[in-house]
Write a protein that binds this ligand. Structure first.
Ligand SMILES: Cc1cc2nc3c(=O)[nH]c(=O)nc-3n(C[C@H](O)[C@H](O)[C@H](O)COP(=O)(O)O)c2cc1C
Length: 182
């Protein structure tokens, strides 16, 4: 089972794109549906035996789903040259995984979407890639940056052909699906 996480504050490009690529047995969650508090910095997760986060909120659902998942596929809009705040908050709540090896053998795959032109996005994409890669050094997961869409509000199922022809989009989808199922 793969877990798909839409890191947007709304159900639009990221959510609809993930809905399009996920398989029936996979689970898709949208962070805008969840109530996730900040990491308290209490470090209880570093100290208790099960390395569990003691904050009782919707992040517990994500921890449970992650444990059951093979791959975690995240799609984030680019906000202010980075991933969204709600997704960064979820990554901060990965603090329990710094104290345990619960993510070992799992792969986190990332898709991003921003409205800027491709040539203006590269620096941001490189920065996000470096950020996730740096996390693999102490949280043990594998990371792959699958794709960056550069055309803003185009992935909504109704608008999908504004920027991409059916053929182009299908090619991108097939490529992404192949990488996920490899
Ligand atoms: C607060 C905010 C900041 C944004 N910052 C950027 C940015 O830095 N670069 C960019 O290319 N697009 C930026 N965008 C545009 C979004 O990335 C784009 O609309 C994206 O497709 C939204 O994805 P969604 O439909 O899944 O929410 C920003 C949008 C918002 C609301």
């Amino acid at each position: 089972m793969n877990l798909y996480i839409s890191g947007s504050n709304r159900k639009h490009n990221s959510y609809n794109f993930l809905k399009r690529i996920k398989e029936n047995e996979d689970v898709l969650i949208s962070l805008d549906d969840l109530n996730i508090k900040w990491c308290l910095g209490c470090n209880a997760c570093q100290q208790n035996e099960s390395n569990a986060c003691i904050v009782n909120d919707d992040m517990q659902k994500i921890y449970n789903l992650i444990e059951k998942s093979d791959n975690i596929i995240i799609m984030s809009p680019i906000y202010m040259n980075f991933i969204t705040g709600i997704l960064k908050n979820v990554i901060d709540r990965f603090n329990p995984y710094c104290a345990s090896e619960k993510l070992k053998g799992k792969k986190i795959m990332l898709i991003t979407v921003g409205q800027m032109e491709e040539e203006d996005q590269q620096e941001v994409v490189d920065k996000i890639n470096d950020y996730f890669k740096s996390l693999t050094e102490f949280m043990y997961f594998d990371f792959e940056y699958l794709y960056n869409f550069t055309s803003g509000d185009i992935i909504d199922v109704d608008d999908i052909n504004k920027t991409y022809s059916d053929e182009q989009l299908q090619k991108i989808i097939n490529n992404i699906k192949n990488k996920i199922n490899m």
